[in-house]
Write a protein that binds this ligand. Structure first.
Ligand SMILES: *Cc1c(COP(=O)(O)O)cnc(C)c1O
Length: 449
């Protein structure tokens, strides 16, 4: 089940890393390894209480294991535990962070961006909205109704006024509605989402950029989930156009810990304009004595940050470069194909009604029943029956008007419909699709009465 060859690779690397410190007098490790083994045994048993997020039959929420190279590089750096707050704390790992972040910026077509890693998409978006509010003080933040709920909450934390823009029946930002809001003249920042967390849809960036030319707001793109698909070459043409427009943003967020094969604790914020670094300025009496080079703590709101995250990301990008013809892009194409094939199967099924054709790798489907309420109930039963059969799905509440667009003959008797949601984000999902379908059909049968 768990491949242990990476532990051999880690062991070899650990010996290599030790060579760099061989001149130091040796220090005895005072740990009771027998006791440690016993405790680890307890941990292993407790961890059995998780859903099998690592297995392809887990096809629910946005969860997948890190790449073995990320896991091993992260662990390797733990023997030193660098802190990328300052060069004094993470000399080598800060350099690796700058390189890794520059590669992410390059992926989006930016050559001279300011950016850094942080604990995740929430923190990354917070920094982007904070900088945006410094750029356009006293003005509103607006984001699509299907944007991550974090934007509204962050705006409240930052004391900014927030308004959400209605979604069209295809689950993207309604441009007419945005246009109406902009005419009031009080919008400072528009947040567009490329890969909404619930439905996996992408906001119409070319139209949003055209409105920016007219109204002059700051454009922030939340690509926490969907960002990496910019290197996939099997995107549908209109989705491709959206991705090709990302580079026109003022700031971008991407989560390497979502699709980038990283352990949790790895988000990234990128700013096109290096000058915004000035907003972070502070005088620290504690750090920054070692050199005049840029310390990442000077451009980050968080102070202590894991150097290990940077080391893991750097190692992953070195092994799996983010190029359209590389292995990593190939695995993203696998996800796109898996999602499309799954959607086609659902379309032909008597038990399900899929909603929009997936724009990336998230598929949303209603359970067939006479009414919206009965459909929600059946979706929950299928969810439970599938879990009993080791197939793990997710549920999502979708506004009824969106469901009705794809399923005109259902009786709408509620404001929203509980649908099933599957993130086909693991490289193995394409091969496992047949087995997933067999089990899903079985679960639907159990609830068929
Ligand atoms: C996951 C997600 C977030 C939140 O990021 P965390 O890493 O969970 O803090 C924000 N926006 C989008 C679009 C996301 O998918």
């Amino acid at each position: 089940m768990f491949d242990k060859r990476e532990i051999d690779a880690l062991s070899t690397a650990l010996r290599k890393m030790a060579e760099g410190f061989a001149d130091l007098p040796s220090v005895e490790t005072k740990v009771d390894f027998a006791a440690m083994t016993a405790v680890l045994g307890d941990v292993a048993v407790r961890m059995q209480g998780n859903y099998p997020y690592h297995h392809p039959l887990y096809v629910g929420q946005m969860l997948k294991p890190p790449h073995p190279v990320a896991r091993a590089a992260y662990a390797l750096s733990m023997w030193i535990n660098p802190n990328n707050h300052a060069l004094d704390g993470g000399r080598a790992s800060s350099a690796m962070e700058k390189e890794a972040v520059a590669d992410l910026a390059t992926m989006f077509g930016w050559s001279n961006a300011l950016g850094h890693l942080c604990s995740g998409g929430t923190m990354a978006n917070l920094e982007a909205l904070w900088v945006a509010s410094r750029r356009n003080p006293g003005k509103k933040v607006v984001a699509g109704r299907l944007a991550h709920y974090t934007h509204e909450r962050i705006s409240r934390v930052l004391g900014l006024e927030f308004e959400s823009v209605p979604a069209t029946e295809t689950g993207v930002m309604d441009i007419e509605a945005l246009n109406g809001l902009l005419k009031n003249g009080d919008v400072g920042t528009v947040v567009a989402t490329v890969g909404t967390t619930g439905l996996g849809t992408v906001d119409p960036l070319p139209e949003i950029v055209a409105l920016r030319d007219q109204f002059g707001f700051r454009l922030h793109i939340d690509a926490a989930y969907g960002g990496y698909f910019i290197i996939a070459n099997e995107l549908e043409a209109s989705v491709r156009t959206v991705y090709d427009t990302i580079k026109q943003a003022d700031s971008i967020v991407i989560d390497p810990h979502k699709h980038g094969l990283q352990p949790y604790g790895c988000g990234c914020v990128l700013f096109k304009d290096m000058e915004v670094g000035a907003y972070y300025k502070h005088d620290s009496p504690y750090t920054y004595f070692s050199s005049s080079e840029l310390h990442l703590g000077e451009i980050s709101l968080e102070c202590s940050r894991p150097g290990a995250s940077a080391v893991a990301l750097w190692a992953t990008q070195r092994m799996l470069p983010m190029t359209p013809d590389g292995e990593f892009a190939g695995s993203l194409n696998n996800c796109l194909r898996a999602a499309r094939t799954f959607w086609l199967w659902l379309l032909s099924s008597d038990d399900f009604m899929p909603l929009m054709e997936p724009q990336i790798d998230i598929v949303i489907y209603a359970a067939k029943a006479a009414s919206a309420t009965a459909s929600s109930e059946r979706a929950r039963s299928i969810f439970a029956a599938a879990a009993k059969d080791d197939l793990h799905l997710a549920l999502v509440s979708v506004p009824a008007h969106i469901v009705a667009t794809y399923w005109p003959d259902v009786v709408i008797d509620s404001e929203s419909v509980t649908c099933l949601r599957s993130c086909l984000m693991k490289p193995e999902h394409e091969q496992w699709l047949e087995e997933i379908i067999v089990r899903l059909a079985r679960a639907a049968n159990v609830t068929n009465h």
